[in-house]
Write a protein that binds this ligand. Sequence first.
Ligand SMILES: NC(=O)c1ccc[n+]([C@@H]2O[C@H](COP(=O)([O-])OP(=O)(O)OC[C@H]3O[C@@H](n4cnc5c(N)ncnc54)[C@H](OP(=O)(O)O)[C@@H]3O)[C@@H](O)[C@H]2O)c1
Length: 261
Amino acid sequence: MDLNLAGKVALVIASSQGLGKAVAAQLVEEGAHVMITSRDEVKLQAVQEELEQIGKGKVAYYRADITNVDDVKALVKQTNELFGKIDILINNAGGPPGGGFEKFADEDWQKAFELNLLSYVRVIREVLPDLKKEGGRIINIASSSIKTPIPDLILSNTFRTGIVGLSKSLAEELAPYNILVNIVAPGRIATDRVAFLDQLKADKLNLSKEEVVEQSKTTIPLGRYGQPEEFAKVVVFLASDANSYVTGSSILVDGGMVKAI
Ligand SMILES: NC(=O)c1ccc[n+]([C@@H]2O[C@H](COP(=O)([O-])OP(=O)(O)OC[C@H]3O[C@@H](n4cnc5c(N)ncnc54)[C@H](OP(=O)(O)O)[C@@H]3O)[C@@H](O)[C@H]2O)c1
């Protein structure tokens, strides 16, 4: 199977660590040129150096807070100036705080909306003129909460489902331009975010983090957490020319965890 990613340009949002970084690495591995971005210049520089060692696609970084519209505009402009085009957008963001309904005031809801839904809209808006030229791929990273709510993560449960409505609508609107729009939804992929949430749960239940992890694994038919690279491979397929007919789909990468049909 030819992914035909060599020489393609990908903008990977929220890529200083975790899932975004893993996706960026797999794209570089396939010869794509990648712009990585997050709020932390020091981390970005280290990731750029690491990914450049792969020795295939070029890697650039630009510091941006994706909740800031001016940062988003500058990021896309910089990507264009450096690479001349954008073929692939991977939308991603940090997770919202954990908690149930009564924990959060309007300002928490507003912040989560801006981080986990509005940022996706804004980045797509800026990148669209590029993608419309020759077609392209948009992958929106969401969560298994698009299929079944996760206890104590009401902000995620609410705004990730918004990504589904957005993506399904865009899959139809952008199909005439050969822009394919899909969602990849992680279950429990071993990143800092998941370790942090496991620790929170452990503290709440008065258990050790290891006990929480063991309990959590029993809910996953494959019996383990996923690795970021396993998640990234699915994203990279959807972002490639090998995917020519999947659009408007939500793909779970969860080891079978979600039981919804
Ligand atoms: N891992 C999983 O199994 C899993 C499951 C369900 C959902 N998810 C969701 O998938 C997303 C990625 O997960 P992850 O595990 O890779 O999370 P992570 O390890 O916490 O990484 C989050 C990334 O987002 C960046 N970021 C956060 N706020 C930002 C902002 N305002 N502007 C720009 N960049 C920002 C962080 O970079 P800086 O701190 O350097 O800015 C970091 O690179 C999260 O939304 C998470 O909730 C993950």
